[in-house]
Design a protein around this ligand. Structure first.
Ligand SMILES: [Zn+2]
Length: 103
């Protein structure tokens, strides 16, 4: 790997340790040309898993268009709608919502 500072020298790894429960590796590198030290993080890249993850986050509509599924936004919208209908403060609805999850 090239040096990020001088962009000339080749770098050597002088230290490495596992990260993310062994699914990533942190490497300390040193430039042979200018002596600059920097850190890299190595992890696997699985394009199929990435695509699948993106697809699950997309919502499909009847007219076949796809849109990012904004779970959080929908949840907040549901809370504020319920609060308006019940004539209470949104925080009360939020509390009741969280109470439900604890049971
Ligand atoms: Zn360098």
């Amino acid at each position: 790997m090239k040096c990020v500072r001088c962009k000339v020298g080749d770098t050597q790894v002088f230290n490495s340790r596992p990260e993310a429960e062994g699914f990533q590796v942190m490497r300390r590198r040193k430039c042979a040309h200018c002596g600059h030290r920097f850190t890299t993080h190595e992890s696997t890249f699985d394009p199929t898993a990435q695509r699948e993850k993106r697809r699950r986050q997309m919502a499909r509509y009847r007219d076949r268009h796809r849109e990012e599924f904004r779970e959080r936004w929908r949840e907040q919208r549901a809370v504020s709608d319920a609060a308006r209908v019940l004539g209470v403060d949104p925080s009360q609805v939020r509390e009741a919502w969280e109470e439900k999850d604890r049971v």
